[in-house]
Design a protein around this ligand. Structure first.
Ligand code: FO1
Length: 322
């Protein structure tokens, strides 16, 4: 079995490549749910949905989230209530875009959770409905919320104020400075997939944001201990290439939170739990600095512009754990 720790877009593209190398039934992905949110009363799990839609071939390729050929009639209809909504109310928010077809997934998840199903059960049902043969597992069935502390007064609030991950990422376009990230609820949450993490032949850490996609999974009790004990068969792919993130705020957050925004910074974060770091050809000159962190370093093409590149990257990662 192969276990993959996953966030959103980068992880989804990596898994798409891995599925070309390994039969999907041998793959289980443990997916970040710290980004999950409730809007309009609907339970939304963006990373789970990004992985599901990507692997089903239904993701919008430009946005990297939501469904292709989407329509936005329900979102548009919300604007009717913009003028009548009382000042204190958060009803009918329009800053987070939910497409008409995408809404069906959130309706289903919300209704099943209300019936008493666990998030793991509902996730498996949604994956099955989209024809996926790999196992997608939310990192926990409990609520864990990634919360960002503002570093300075800005449009999002006063310095020291805390905002949800989706407010940070979508409402404020991850352009406000952060001074801390925390995972509210993680100390009380029960992780999913711990046994698999211990027994899997390989554990791969997808090229996801180490601080807000992989860190929430690592914050759960037992995860880091298990990975540390088997670190030689754990391989991570750096999401930072040439000092920048291909998508999202990983580079910015790394700098703001006191890490180097380079593959060496990524190596320092992963060294306790991971024996090998794969970095891009553009960072070849930093390979020895990565190895100085006590990790094996592999240099290859990590820019997943096609499923074939993703597959080659996945094969390199798998070979590194054997
Ligand atoms: N990202 C955006 O940048 N803007 C959106 O309006 C937005 C809506 C959205 C709806 C459903 C969903 O599953 C994902 C959505 N995302 C949107 C992506 C999401 O915020 C991020 O990809 C992740 O949380 C970061 O990994």
């Amino acid at each position: 079995m192969i276990a993959v720790l996953a966030g959103g877009v980068g992880a989804a593209r990596f898994l798409r490549g891995l599925m070309l190398e390994v039969e999907p039934q041998y793959i289980t992905s443990i997916v970040n749910t710290g980004d999950d949110t409730v809007l309009h009363g609907l339970c939304i799990s963006p990373d789970l949905d990004t992985v599901t839609y990507t692997l089903a071939g239904a993701i919008d390729p430009e946005r990297g989230w939501g469904l292709e050929n989407e329509t936005w009639i329900a979102m548009g209809a919300l604007s009717r209530y913009a003028t009548t909504r009382p000042l204190h109310s958060h009803a009918a928010p329009t800053w987070f875009n939910l497409g008409d077809k995408d809404l069906a997934t959130h309706f289903y998840r919300t209704a099943r959770l209300a019936e008493g199903a666990t998030l793991a059960q509902v996730t498996a049902e949604i994956a099955q409905a989209w024809g996926l043969n790999l196992q997608l597992v939310p990192m926990t069935n409990n609520s864990v919320q990634t919360v960002i502390t503002l570093a300075e007064d800005c449009e999002a609030g006063k310095a020291g104020a805390e905002i949800s991950f989706q407010e940070y990422f979508v409402k404020h376009h991850h352009s406000v400075a952060a001074s801390a990230v925390k995972f509210v609820g993680s100390a009380e949450a029960t992780p999913n997939g711990l046994e698999l993490l211990a027994s899997a032949d390989s554990v791969l850490i997808a090229p996801s944001n180490p601080l807000v996609s992989i860190a929430p999974i690592r914050s759960l009790a037992g995860v880091d201990n298990i990975l540390a004990q088997r670190r030689d068969s754990v391989c991570a792919i750096s999401p930072i290439v040439n000092g920048t993130a291909l998508k999202g705020p990983a580079d910015r957050l790394m700098t703001e939170l006191g890490h180097e925004s380079t593959v060496v910074g990524v190596a320092k974060i992963y060294a306790p739990i991971c024996g090998t770091l794969i970095i891009d050809n553009a960072d070849a000159h930093l390979a020895s600095a990565v190895e100085a962190q006590g990790m094996r370093c592999i240099v290859t093409d990590t820019i997943m512009k096609s499923p074939q590149v993703s597959a080659a990257l996945a094969k390199t990662a798998l070979d590194a754990t054997r």
